[in-house]
Design a binder for this molecule. Sequence first.
Ligand code: FE2
Ligand code: FE2
Length: 227
Amino acid sequence: MGLPSHLPRIEQFVASRFLCSCSRYYGRGSRQRQQVQHTSSRAYNVVPPARDSTEKAMMDRMLRVDHAGEYGANRIYAGQMAVLGRTSTAALIEHMWDQEKQHLKTFIELMAENRVRPTILIPFWNVAGFALGAGSALLGKEAAMACTVAIEESISEHYNSQIRELMEEDPERYKDLLELIKTFRDEEMEHHDIGLEQDAEMAPVFWLLKNTIQAGCKAAIFLSERF
Ligand SMILES: [Fe+2]
Ligand SMILES: [Fe+2]
């Protein structure tokens, strides 16, 4: 299905995201066409213009932490690929990483469009993310997958809490953003399930590894929302 050529760049991108991501859930039916037409009829794209300083602060916080999370996920998969890139697990990691690249690209575009700065901790997440990905992969494929399970569960829970917050605020006003976050949340859950299918729970000290990584995730989310 082609995309209307008159759409601005961000709408083209989001529409293409819906077309490729939602096809797994809804097939190539009328709902997709409605979503594309819906986005094209709005005066704004995905994130509505802030009505006041409170809404601006909420959107800044959400986009900044989501960008940081996707950036960190990209660095983790880069680290895993540096170690496991020539093994039979590489194709699966590459598949997940490709989706993370799209998530990150989306938030970079949304931040630029809404004049939101990234967290000042990006250089730290750059190093920490790669070290976590490579370090867990050095412990073995199962430990790399345990890392994936821990990270993806945390990101999914984080997206779920954002979905709840936006639903409580105004589901109609944030309809496009909610759709986007739900799509990404579903893909993070897919990554989580891949990790489990790939024997994450067979990793040595799985629960210790998982709980430690998730504590780190909570701290990363807390800091990235504020700085
Ligand atoms: Fe992601
Ligand atoms: Fe993910």
